[in-house]
Ligand binder design. Structure first.
Ligand code: MN
Ligand code: MN
Length: 307
């Protein structure tokens, strides 16, 4: 089962300006080959399909618990995309006045992903940076544990490559923060799959890290996550389950050379996280609908009724 918490895994700064092309670039981290839809889809179905779960508990638990984190990454990137499409946080709804006779979306004809406005009202979609659909061919679940873990190691290194390149593309603080956080977490996941493979095969595959060979210390947006020790932490994402992943992520294993030193640790539960930004309605897109005041009033009454 999954439990949902109404927060993001990291606190995102508001965008400096509306930038739908930056949002399109960030879509690569959502629906690209190595995007969050791919890591989620791989680990989710591998964990569902895992054979001999009780006999292979730490390895099953690793794939199962990271699945929950990846679902939160999908949520984080989606929020970043919507924020860049929306622009700086504003207080009131209805800033554009809803006058559709004045071609309020005229600027959108020149952006890369018009579908994000035409179909999704400025929201995120499971597509890559060129609006090509993410699809099930991105999912590998062979039933062979070593092969699946090796695939996951490759996937996390690929995701890191994506994130670096998208980071190098974006100047806005929102998109850069998404990349900075995910680069740290991707490094943890690549490291954890490497240690799982070392336990099973004896091959010290973690010596290949970091791949690509750019230390997190060179990226300003990674610094606060390194200082708080995020690069040494795996979360269970569960109140009671999956603690046995400490057999892989722990046992005296240390942070990667080049990152702040320290022992790897499993943390029960999840990180504190950050707020979900309130994106205002767009009357000209009829979102949440044209003239939403009555809907807000109904929702307020229902909320109050629940005390
Ligand atoms: Mn991820
Ligand atoms: Mn990951």
């Amino acid at each position: 089962m999954f439990m949902r918490v109404d927060k993001l895994q990291a606190e995102l700064p508001p965008p400096k300006r509306q930038d739908p092309n930056a949002a399109a670039a960030l879509q690569e981290l959502l629906g690209g080959k190595y995007g969050e839809m791919s890591t989620l889809g791989n680990y989710m179905f591998q964990s569902f399909n895992f054979k001999s779960k009780s006999k292979l508990r730490p390895f099953y638990g690793l794939v199962a618990s990271i699945t929950a984190e990846e679902l939160g990454h999908v949520e984080l990137v989606s929020n970043g995309v919507a924020m860049l499409n929306n622009g700086p946080d504003k207080g009131a709804d209805g800033a554009d006045g809803g006058d559709i006779s004045k071609t309020p979306f005229e600027a959108m004809k020149d952006i890369r992903s018009f579908a994000s406005f035409a179909s999704a009202g400025g929201g995120a979609l499971p597509v890559n940076s060129n609006s090509m659909s993410w699809n099930v061919d991105m999912v590998t679940t062979t039933g062979n544990v070593v092969f699946d873990l090796l695939h996951n190691f490759h996937l996390e290194c690929g995701a890191r490559l994506h994130k670096l390149r998208v980071y190098e593309t974006l100047s806005d603080p929102t998109g850069r923060e998404v990349c900075g956080y995910l680069l740290v977490r991707g490094s943890v996941h690549a490291h954890s799959y490497a240690l799982a493979l070392k336990n099973l095969t004896g091959v010290e595959i973690e010596k290949m890290l970091p791949t690509p060979n750019i230390p997190l210390g060179n990226i300003p947006e990674c610094q606060k996550y390194l200082q708080e020790g995020s690069h040494r932490r795996l979360y269970t994402w569960s109140p009671n389950d999956y603690a046995e992943i400490g057999g892989i992520w722990g046992q005296g294993e240390q942070a990667l050379p080049g990152d702040p030193p320290g022992e790897l640790e499993v943390v029960k539960g999840m990180p504190d996280g950050g707020k979900i930004h309130q994106l205002e309605g767009i009357p000209s897109a009829f979102s949440p609908d044209y003239a939403p005041e009555e809907m807000f009033e109904i929702a307020t009454k229902l909320t109050k009724a629940m005390g």
